[in-house]
Design a protein around this ligand. Structure first.
Ligand code: CMP
Length: 140
């Protein structure tokens, strides 16, 4: 099915200057960028985005990391976009990520793991709406 997913290039990957390399992987896989914004997240914004993880032991470290520098946020659209994007990212823990995936190539740890991607259509819808108004999402 034609799907949308939310992608975040995290502060570690922005600092490594690999936004373009990651965008190139999206485009080569047939994903279209339909909205994008670079942003320094506030603590409240990062906590709200990761609210489902609030009780997890890694929550504070995750939020601290996500506000440590600017992130690049985009909505991607394509056939099976959620799974295609997750395959490009690789496993959450870069030590377990398959060779050639974004996390294997650019991530240093499970905390600084370069990218985020929605895990299901319902979360994709919520996550896209968290950062983009409908008027900011282009038809293409
Ligand atoms: P992300 O896909 O952005 O969603 C939650 C993030 O929490 C995850 O990527 C990791 O960067 C981070 N994290 C840190 N520790 C863990 C863990 N044990 N399990 C899952 N996610 C973790």
């Amino acid at each position: 099915a034609l799907e949308r997913t939310l992608s975040i290039i995290k502060p570690d990957a922005v600092a490594k200057n690999v936004i373009g390399e990651i965008y190139s992987r999206f485009e080569k896989a047939g994903l279209k960028i339909i909205a994008a914004r670079m942003k320094q997240l506030s603590r409240a914004e990062a906590e709200g985005f990761y609210a489902v993880h609030r009780e997890r032991p890694f929550f504070k470290a995750l939020v601290d990391f996500m506000i440590s520098g600017p992130v690049m946020i985009q909505a991607l659209q394509g056939e099976n976009a959620i799974a295609v994007h997750r395959d490009l990212m690789g496993a959450t823990d870069p030590k377990k990520a398959a060779p050639g995936t974004i996390r294997a190539d650019f991530a240093d740890s499970i905390d600084a793991n370069a990218v985020h991607g929605s895990d299901a259509p319902e979360t994709a819808q919520v996550e896209i709406a968290y950062f983009f108004a409908s008027s900011e999402i282009t038809a293409r």
